[in-house]
Design a protein around this ligand. Sequence first.
Ligand code: AMP
Length: 280
Amino acid sequence: MQIFKSISDFTLWRNSIKSQNVGFVPTMGALHLGHLSLIKTSIKSSTITIVSIFVNKLQFGPNEDFDNYPRSLEKDLDALKKMKVDAVFLPTQEELYNKSYSFAVSENKLSTKLEGASRPNFFNGVCTVVLKLFNIVKPTQSFFGQKDIQQLMIIKKMALDLNLNVKIVGCKTIRNSHGLAMSSRNQYLNNEEKLLAANIYLTLQKTKQLILNGEKYSEVVKFFTNSIKKIGLMKVDYISIARLDTFDELGDNDSLNEKNVVVSCAIFLNKIRLIDNILI
Ligand code: AMP
């Protein structure tokens, strides 16, 4: 497994790759089974698989956890080596955003909603780093988790709107045995909190059932909010039932029981913010 820390070293190696089937999995590290499943999917469908690890300061708000974000580089590299990833790219903050750096990629529709409404600069930070990484890594396909469904749809839209020659592949959410979606931030939770947090997905599943039964929007939202409230220690940041392609919120006059509808939520458990979603 090749490990590159500078863009020039990486580029030298990348230019030697003749394959037209290069898979790329961008991550912020602290790798868990969710990341590993994206990497497995890439390895299965690509001749070459490249993984990047970069904790992207640009997508963190001023009061968010950039400094404390979990970092476990040695362990991550061991896992990637075992999986026989071809190359790992570990760019530095100084090189990706050098002192004179003054650009950003912004999306003006999808990213104003849900996660974007709660975290104002988040998607600009994500789009900027992903576009930069695509330009350096030059993948033919790149893999993103449905766990971050809005991010996945925004990256798909970026590839379309900016004519990027990269196929964006969505991969299913990997959960622990209780249903809690794997996340690097789960490390902030103790065992008791992890069990409580598993109720988020259970509640999403019950919410989906209500939708399939034909319940109307306001009743479904009420059910979700009350169910989370009853569990205790958790607070709903948002609950949304929206069209997947636009994240336009639905309402009582809309049919929720449609294929392109997604229920997404962000929940505070004490101070930890967790997101999850379920497709209808
Ligand atoms: P992150 O390191 O959190 O930026 O995530 C890197 C990639 O892994 C993103 O495409 C995420 O959507 C994806 N990912 C994170 N958690 C999961 C999960 N539980 N299941 C599937 N994909 C995930």
